[in-house]
Design a binder for this molecule. Structure first.
Ligand SMILES: *[C@@H]1O[C@H](CO)[C@@H](O)[C@H](O)[C@H]1NC(C)=O
Ligand SMILES: *[C@@H]1O[C@H](CO)[C@@H](O)[C@H](O)[C@H]1NC(C)=O
Ligand SMILES: *[C@@H]1O[C@H](CO)[C@@H](O)[C@H](O)[C@H]1NC(C)=O
Ligand SMILES: *[C@@H]1O[C@H](CO)[C@@H](O)[C@H](O)[C@H]1NC(C)=O
Ligand SMILES: *[C@@H]1O[C@H](CO)[C@@H](O)[C@H](O)[C@H]1NC(C)=O
Ligand SMILES: *[C@@H]1O[C@H](CO)[C@@H](O)[C@H](O)[C@H]1NC(C)=O
Ligand SMILES: *[C@@H]1O[C@H](CO)[C@@H](O)[C@H](O)[C@H]1NC(C)=O
Ligand SMILES: *[C@@H]1O[C@H](CO)[C@@H](O)[C@H](O)[C@H]1NC(C)=O
Length: 676
């Protein structure tokens, strides 16, 4: 997908310059960046003074400074030196998942924040967003993004909006009397769909959209009509109904609204969609997207799947392990505000993911029988904005690695991490607030790194079958998974939820492959490659590295990884059939058992690209392409100098970038929405 772009880049570059105020610019095989930032190295701080000193920004949950205490080491301590035995052939292992794809983890983006996250229109795309998507797509083959959420239910596609805007927030608020029940209504133009289409032309991104379900007597199917024609294959499907089991409590339906009522209404939608000849794609609905108030079985027992299964492509659920609603709605009847420190340990254990999947194992089996995908369509650490200090800590990154692999093992086929607004602490990525949207001032959340880990763990062959190894006697602090591709062991993922204290808390796993226990020959290779996900502590918010690379700290992110990629080589003892892999506490390790396994999920140099958007109020911009966007390919094949952020080595000069460009962002005041 990206290759033609790179070839065409010089032409595009100049075309764009003439087109608008150098709004979106792609560089010839390299980063284009404003001068003045070019010399800042990946680790060097970019001045954020004006941002962090602004009180109203500091008060937003996306930038909270809560730093929690690491939980004490478990008592009793698990063994910190244990053996893991796996078969080399899938046939020798029990309980493998169905084949999974590297795009397992994707993103769910609240419709009301599209302008801030994706861009203002089809010609003004947020380059950090493209770069972030590319980091996932380069590793997992593609990236799936849902645009929707509560706001999809009352959103309307209109022909045009004042000031040529793409999205307008209607002042009227639909919903009941309580604040928790209200949602601002959105209007948008088809420019939004062209924007998605343009993103897909630059990164291998696929989309899920939502058809409004607020009113089944007056269907509004325009989004599907338009998206089918504008997005074609890049739209994967349409969600119909978002958390219908919360409609009653959100005062959108009568208090006695039942699974049968919802099922009947869904039928009305199915018929409407069927009868609409402008909707050219069929059988691609996503439903029922229950939040958990109803169990899936409550709905299946109405005959829902028999009646409508043929219209549905993805069975979906939306669930968070906890909620922080009392903080957001102190008078909302949610009881006392939870203390993040108290819930912190709940995220530092394998049991979190296990408990999350448990209510859905039956449905995962049903989905398989029906040949449907089964997705956790919206999820994150905690609804109602997450827990400051938890949702944005390294603990959340380890939690999401384990949760993602647990979902894959449990035969979900994907999970979308939710991106809310500026006032939530769980975002994988957050654009800068309002008018401060300067180039490379984004912030990534720790769970963004989990998406890279899981994408690489599953790779690009579409054959990855995952098994929870119940390692170390099934200990909850030291989980491990094996991944088989083409029915052969390819990778092992090891997680350490413990925080090392007084020299205790790290562990070593002694991995054996094949051998008599599996009726196979001894199969450890002579060496394995290992990539680590690391941070100084479980409460760390910024200094997080994946294979020694980082997106950067708060307000420092342009979407590319920087720093020297480090892939460890660990020599194995083939006569003993063992490889000893240390896992620091806290941390996670991805062990590539074969070179093929690594090549399959390694970001390809040929697919990398880098970009910038020119939104700085700089009269004359120097834009410098660096050699590679992010990461540097294969082990042992060290990149050219200058691959890290800021390691630019060439310069193109663009003149006369107008001051007005910076005003573009002076309208994005309300990134604060009623979301999870
Ligand atoms: C559904 O949403 C549309 C658009 O916001 C609104 O005009 C309509 O009144 C809503 N219908 C109901 C029943 O709330
Ligand atoms: C993006 O969309 C606009 C409007 O639909 C189109 O004119 C433009 O060529 C597209 N740009 C790219 C980079 O695809
Ligand atoms: C952000 O969320 C907190 C609750 O976590 C709330 O008290 C505060 O008012 C919100 N801020 C804005 C600007 O909405
Ligand atoms: C996932 O599906 C496979 C294939 O049907 C099955 O063998 C396995 O037990 C399932 N895993 C779980 C955790 O239910
Ligand atoms: C950005 O917005 C803030 C808050 O609305 C305002 O105080 C500030 O002056 C604005 N800055 C610029 C450069 O427009
Ligand atoms: C994996 O599946 C995707 C569709 O989801 C497809 O585009 C891709 O070509 C497949 N890759 C392989 C190696 O089969
Ligand atoms: C990790 O990256 C940093 C920053 O780029 C670099 O200084 C350091 O040398 C790297 N570590 C190794 C072991 O290469
Ligand atoms: C896209 O948005 C930018 C920034 O507001 C504006 O300058 C440009 O005219 C818009 N382009 C279109 C085609 O609407």
């Amino acid at each position: 997908m990206l290759r033609p772009l790179v070839v065409a880049a010089p032409f595009l570059l100049w075309a764009f310059v003439g087109y608008v105020h150098a709004v979106t610019i792609y560089g010839p095989a390299g980063a284009l960046r404003p001068s003045g930032t070019a010399s800042s190295s990946g680790s060097g701080p970019i001045s954020t003074g004006t941002l962090v000193n602004t009180q109203w920004i500091a008060a937003l949950n996306a930038y909270n400074d809560v730093k929690l205490q690491a939980p004490a080491l478990p008592n009793p301590m698990p063994s910190t030196s244990f053996a893991i035995g796996v078969a080399n052939n899938a046939a020798g292992m029990g309980g493998l998942s169905i084949p999974q794809k590297g795009n397992f983890f994707g993103f769910s983006i609240e419709m009301s924040v599209v302008e801030q996250v994706l861009g203002l229109n089809a010609s003004f795309i947020q380059i950090p967003f493209l770069n972030l998507l590319a980091t996932v797509a380069d590793r997992g083959g593609s990236v799936r993004i849902r645009i929707g959420g509560n706001t999809q239910e009352t959103a309307s596609l209109v022909d045009s909006l004042p000031n040529n805007a793409m999205i307008g927030k209607d002042k009227s608020v639909i919903g009941g009397s309580s604040r928790t029940a209200q949602t601002p209504t959105l209007e948008y133009t088809d420019e939004l769909l062209y924007l998605l289409s343009n993103v897909s032309s630059l990164v291998n991104a696929k989309w899920y959209l939502g058809i409004p379900f607020n009113d089944t007597t007056h269907l509004r199917l325009q989004i599907a009509e338009a998206a089918d024609s504008i997005l074609g294959d890049n739209v994967l499907g349409y969600q119909v109904g978002n958390e219908p089991d919360l409609y009653a409590s959100h005062e959108r339906r009568p208090v006695d609204y039942s699974p049968q009522d919802y099922s009947d209404e869904f039928g009305v939608m199915v018929n409407g969609i069927h009868d609409d000849k402008k909707i050219t794609r069929t059988g691609n609905l996503i439903a029922p997207s229950l939040q958990g108030t109803w169990s899936p079985e409550d709905l299946w027992s109405t005959g829902y799947l028999d009646a409508y299964g043929s219209s549905i492509n993805v069975l979906a659920m939306e669930h968070y392990p906890d909620q922080n609603c009392a903080a957001e709605f102190p008078d909302g009847g949610f009881g006392p505000i939870k203390n993040p420190q108290d819930v912190f340990p709940n995220y530092l254990t394998h049991t979190s993911g296990q408990n999350l999947v448990k209510p859905y194992l039956n449905t995962a089996g049903i989905a398989q029988q029906l040949g449907k995908e089964f997705m956790m369509f919206e999820t994150n650490t905690a609804s109602c904005g997450g827990f400051p200090g938890v949702s944005d800590s390294f603990a959340s990154a380890l939690w999401a690695v384990d949760y993602g692999l647990q979902l894959a093992y449990s035969n979900f086929t994907g999970a979308l991490l939710h991106v809310g607004g500026q006032n939530v602490s769980y975002n994988p990525f957050t654009p800068p607030p309002t008018n401060l949207s300067l180039f490379e001032k984004w912030t990534v959340g720790p769970i963004m790194y989990s998406t890279l880990f899981v994408a690489e763990a599953l790779g690009t062959t579409n054959t990855s079958r995952v098994v929870d190894l119940a390692a170390n006697g099934g200990n909850e602090f030291t989980p491990a998974y094996a991944i088989y591709e083409h029915d052969t062991l390819s990778r092992i993922a090891l997680v350490n939820f413990m925080q090392e204290q007084n020299g205790a808390g790290s562990y070593s796993a002694t991995i054996s492959v094949g051998g008599a226990a599996f009726g196979e020959s001894n199969s450890v290779p002579s060496q394995v490659k290992v990539k680590y996900l690391l941070a100084p502590s479980v409460s760390e918010k910024e200094q997080i590295t994946w294979a020694n690379q980082t997106f950067g700290g708060r307000f420092q992110v342009d979407g590319r990884l920087s720093g020297q990629e480090v892939i460890q080589t660990i020599n194995c003892d083939q006569s003993a059939n063992t490889c000893v892999v240390p896992v620091p506490g806290p941390g996670a390790a991805l062990v590539f058992v074969s070179n093929d396994a690594q090549a399959s999920s390694d970001p390809k140099a040929s697919q990398t690209y880098s970009t910038t958007t020119v939104t700085n109020a700089i009269q004359t911009l120097t834009i410098e392409p660096s050699v590679l966007a992010h990461s540097n390919g294969h082990s042992g094949n060290f990149p050219l100098s200058g691959t890290s952020k800021g390691g630019a080595n060439a310069a193109l000069r663009l003149h006369s970038i107008d001051h007005s460009v910076v005003l573009i962002f002076v309208l994005l005041a309300s990134f604060l929405t009623f979301v999870h």
